[in-house]
Design a protein. Structure first.
Length: 399
């Protein structure tokens, strides 16, 4: 599928701009006419070279949600104060500590000064501003509430920061115990019946670290690098997503995490005034799971034909019957975005509780592994000690 930028006239004669994702240019023209537009210009979007060259770097070291949230909050405040977008970006650049985010702002400023919409400029940086962010911005530009849409994006990122902070707190115990466990296997190397200077014991211990701990650290770093780079390969990413959904004790947490992301972004898109089919098409990829994304995207054609959201989501089997009932009630009462907000908060609480439960469960294998490491160290120390005793006994007998 290719993204085509278009400029067209609507039925009232007003000029509209936007994008469609179709297979070729004739299909783009047919899609626009089906939506009631008269196409004037349709051309394929050329992705910027810089974004492609930096994609792997942003996968390995992405811009933190906290930095992105601060950027959108600052941008919303400056726009609300009556400052034009170009000057607002200049102000954000001066106060942004993140180097990658500052580079993106510098690249955006000339295009915004040339008169391009902010949403279209930020669309060229999908690793920092994904599709859901761009769609909310575009709706804000069309509806005249750009500062409110920026605040919505910042609020979503701040909730992501809160979840990550809690995850860091729940895993703090592991971050303390794991380095200690890596230091233990090298302790038997300092066992000696001979009196050595402090530097001698230190050299023995460093040698032990090089032979026992360093291979483990290199193996873990290589695994982390492969997992990060694997996110660039769709087949590998799909396999990893399926594995998360099958792991005992982790699958419920992963599924609730995906549902939380999906319902949160769908609520924001609908609140921004985006039609439900387009909102679902944009929110589905944000769930973070390939199989769930594919299932949700199959519901888009039925929505475009006029079916209700609760009905088509029920056929995907990605939400519980209770969730579907809440969505159906919201559709009937005209409060769909509020219903999705309630679902989002529910799953956010489920994710927080799931992190606590998962941390408690993982403590058991962690302590077992730590006990095995200590037993290995004690056994190695005893073996080194008695081997040295026997060597000294043999030397005394030979003497």
């Amino acid at each position: 599928m290719t993204v085509y930028e278009f400029q067209a006239k609507d039925q009232r004669g007003e000029t509209v701009q936007g994008t469609v994702e179709v297979s070729d240019e004739p299909a783009a023209i047919a899609e626009l006419r089906a939506q009631g537009y008269f196409p004037m210009r349709v051309q394929a979007r050329t992705p910027p070279k810089a974004a492609g060259t930096r994609a792997s770097g942003l996968i390995l070291f992405p811009v933190k949600p906290r930095d992105r949230a601060l950027f959108f909050r600052h941008l919303a405040a400056t726009l609300k104060a009556g400052i034009n977008p170009a000057k607002a970006l200049h102000s954000c650049e001066a106060s942004t500590p993140n180097v990658r985010l500052r580079r993106m702002i510098r690249e955006c400023i000339p295009r915004v000064e040339a008169g391009n919409p902010l949403s279209e400029v930020l669309r060229n940086h999908p690793q920092i501003c994904p599709a859901v962010t761009v769609e909310i911005l575009q709706a804000g530009e069309k509806g005249g509430f750009l500062d409110s849409s920026l605040n919505m994006i910042a609020e979503d990122l701040e909730m992501e920061v809160e979840v990550r902070q809690q995850l860091k707190w729940q895993t703090l115990h592991f971050k303390i115990v794991f380095p200690i466990a890596l230091m233990i296997p090298a302790i038997p190397r300092i066992i000696s019946l001979e009196r050595l200077p402090l530097s001698g014991y230190l050299m023995r211990y460093l040698t032990g670290l090089r032979e026992t701990t360093l291979p483990v650290i290199l193996l873990l770093c290589s695994g982390w690098l492969l997992l990060r780079l694997g996110q660039l390969v769709p087949s590998v990413r799909a396999t990893m997503d399926n594995l998360k959904m099958c792991l005992p004790g982790f699958s419920t947490f992963a599924r609730n995490r995906c549902r939380s992301r999906f319902t949160t972004n769908l609520a924001y898109l609908i609140k921004a005034g985006i039609p439900v089919p387009g909102a679902l098409r944009t929110a589905a990829p944000t769930c973070g799971n390939e199989s769930m994304e594919r299932a949700l995207l199959t519901a888009v054609p039925a929505l475009e034909q006029g079916e209700r959201l609760a009905e088509v989501l029920g056929r995907t089997r990605q939400l519980s019957p209770h969730d579907l009932q809440i969505i159906a009630t919201g559709e009937e009462s005209g409060t769909l975005s509020e219903a999705l907000d309630r679902l989002s908060r529910h799953y956010q609480n489920e994710v927080k509780g799931g992190m606590k439960n998962l941390a408690n469960v993982l403590r058991i294998p962690m302590y077992l592994a730590l006990g095995a490491v200590v037993a290995y160290a004690v056994g190695g120390a005893a073996k080194a000690y008695f081997n040295r005793v026997f060597e000294l006994g043999d030397e005394m007998m030979n003497f």
